[in-house]
Design a protein. Structure first.
Length: 218
């Protein structure tokens, strides 16, 4: 008769390294045994790294004399519940949400929606020819303007209008100067058209300074 043994143990991670194309860890079990280079089980192609001092769960596939691998870890510092959030509020995940956490970052699915809380840059990397579609009620009929090309195009046109207005003002000044001695009663002494418009280049610089450096789109 075969004795059924306990193939599961808990341990504390003491070190992290990289071997055989993956992260592995050194662990110390509650009984004092040490194991080095313990592999971490993945879920399909997804890997959830553990950290030093974290409590992990080990499985010994062939019993106590087999080498283990990590199949899970204890979750820590997760609040039981947090307040729901509206569209204009931040949301903090709680124990009832589906949450991915790593290196201080979190991705959560909750009744308040999808929340991404990065510690640095949030990247959405599309392949060549890929599209990002955001819809409301199934409709996504508008396209986002590319800010820099749009600014370049509109200000090239404004610069053309500016040059046209300046030429017209120059001609009017010449005409006013020629007609003034002969027809002083009908020639304005200070016509408004003599005042040149502000330069379009300065307006373009002010428009470009309104760009949000935190958001970058293709």
């Amino acid at each position: 008769m075969k004795t059924i043994g306990n193939n599961f143990k808990t341990a504390t991670v003491t070190a992290i390294s990289y071997e055989r194309g993956a992260r592995v860890c050194d662990v110390r079990t509650n009984e004092g045994a040490h194991y080095r280079g313990v592999p971490i089980a993945s879920v399909g192609a997804s890997l959830y790294p553990v950290i030093v001092d974290q409590t992990v769960h080990l499985i010994f596939p062939a019993g106590r004399y087999d080498l283990p691998y990590v199949i899970g870890a204890d979750a820590q510092h997760i609040p039981e519940s947090t307040a729901s959030a509206g569209g204009d509020e931040d949301y903090s995940p709680d124990s009832s949400d589906l949450v991915l956490r790593h290196a201080g970052q979190a991705l959560s699915l909750s009744s308040s929606g999808v929340t991404i809380a990065p510690t640095a840059t949030a990247r959405l990397q599309l392949p060549s020819g890929g599209r990002l579609r955001i819809s409301e009620g199934g409709d996504a009929d508008n396209q986002v303007l590319n800010a820099d090309p749009f600014i370049d195009e509109i200000y090239a046109y404004i610069a053309f209008l500016e040059a046209t207005i300046l030429n017209m003002q120059t001609h009017l000044a010449v005409i006013n100067s020629a007609l003034s001695p002969a027809y002083p009663a009908i020639v304005p002494t200070a016509p408004a058209s003599v005042t040149p418009p502000p330069p379009s280049s300065a307006s373009k610089v002010r428009a470009q300074s309104t760009k949000n450096a935190v958001i970058a789109i293709p």
